[in-house]
Design a protein around this ligand. Sequence first.
Ligand code: SF4
Ligand code: SF4
Length: 448
Amino acid sequence: MKEENNISRRKALKILGLGAAATVGAAVFKSTPFLANAYAQSTKASEFDTNSIKLVDKKLNYRNNDMISMIGFGCMRFPTTGDGGRRAPVDIEKTQQLVDYAYAHGINYYDTAYVYHGGKSEEIIGNALRKYPRESYFLADKMPGYNVKVKEDVPRLFEEQLKRCGVDYFDYYLLHTIQDIKSYEKVYEEFGGYEYLLGEKKKGRIKNLGFSFHGNRECWDHVIDKHDWDFVQIQLNYIDWDIDGEYLYKSLEKRKIPCVIMEPLLGGRLASLSKGAEKILKEKNPDLSIASWAFRYLGSLPNVLVSLSGMTYMEHLVDNVKTFTEFKKLNAGEKLALNRAIIEYNKFKRINCTACRYCMPCPYDVEIPSVFTVYNKLVMDSNIPSKEDQSAEEYATKREAFAKAFREEFASGGNATQCVGCGECLEKCPQHLQIPDLMELIKKPLEG
Ligand code: SF4
Ligand code: SF4
């Protein structure tokens, strides 16, 4: 099976005009009729030069010799139609353009899940990738253990996922968002979920089996040695490193388990920092985007196989491709600058929402992640009113700016003021945010 896979991957690379050299580091290749045709179907030729494309760098998965692009395409933040935000239907045409651009530039890892985009992500990415040889990309999907109520749900959901994606195997398959020992034990041990998925791996319908993690250290220690995992997906970035990131990363490194990274930008928050932190990074290198520092930080860690990025806009994708083409690790001077920027950035107290939307929908239509995004932006702009720390005049100015920002963002509803504290969102948040309490905190200055 392995040899067959290698042969067909080689064949696929040949079809795409990529020689063996293209699998290591950046490379330039000539466009083939196959690629040119693919572009013509869905992209404007003027958007990129199809004759001379540099590919993003790849990393070797030392457990199975897969060559994986250092940047992976996360499928939970596709562009949506109109101005309806994340609740609106996915813009299929724009998504196809993004996928084509990513694929053409050597991004070969695509990560979806049963619940992304209200259950539409699997089908959308399956359709977007259909025109490419199956062996030329790696598709990752995840068992939604939180939807498993009886043991028959595991095979039912797995079959449904293959069907939604329109594929007959997954390259990387994960137990989605392991958060607590009790529910892990119930679904994957008591119901036999793990045994079932292992059986699918033996049949070749799963090539690599792992899990994605959002729990505490006790849960981690329980799950990590339960089975011989092929890979694990963790949340890691230069802010989380000092929280639990280092613990998880080193634990995987010690066990020689490759690490897939989610939330490299903390739900977009590390794409723009506070003014002081940005100044430090821009002084060091004015040409680099703020987001690129986060990706280079991760790409510099030896056991990170691929960093996933949910790229909603073409400019994000283009910037990420630039970062990972002829990839440069952070040098000593850059590490120092980043450390200074982190210290500066950490002066502000933000809400650790990653905009994953697992808490949605709220029965009272509060746009939870958007509320936190607006709040975090106000934190960065030093516009949080505090009666304890500010003079009456300063408090009034900041309160007005605070209220104005919320009023403008939620003119058509979804504001924190709609929260009744029902607590329905609490259990669903993988970041364990006390959402009702945070809504109360935000409501106070809004309600005067
Ligand atoms: S606690 Fe507030 S935000 Fe959470 S589900 Fe209830 S109303 Fe919505
Ligand atoms: S509040 Fe929690 S569940 Fe909701 S979007 Fe933010 S991180 Fe995700």
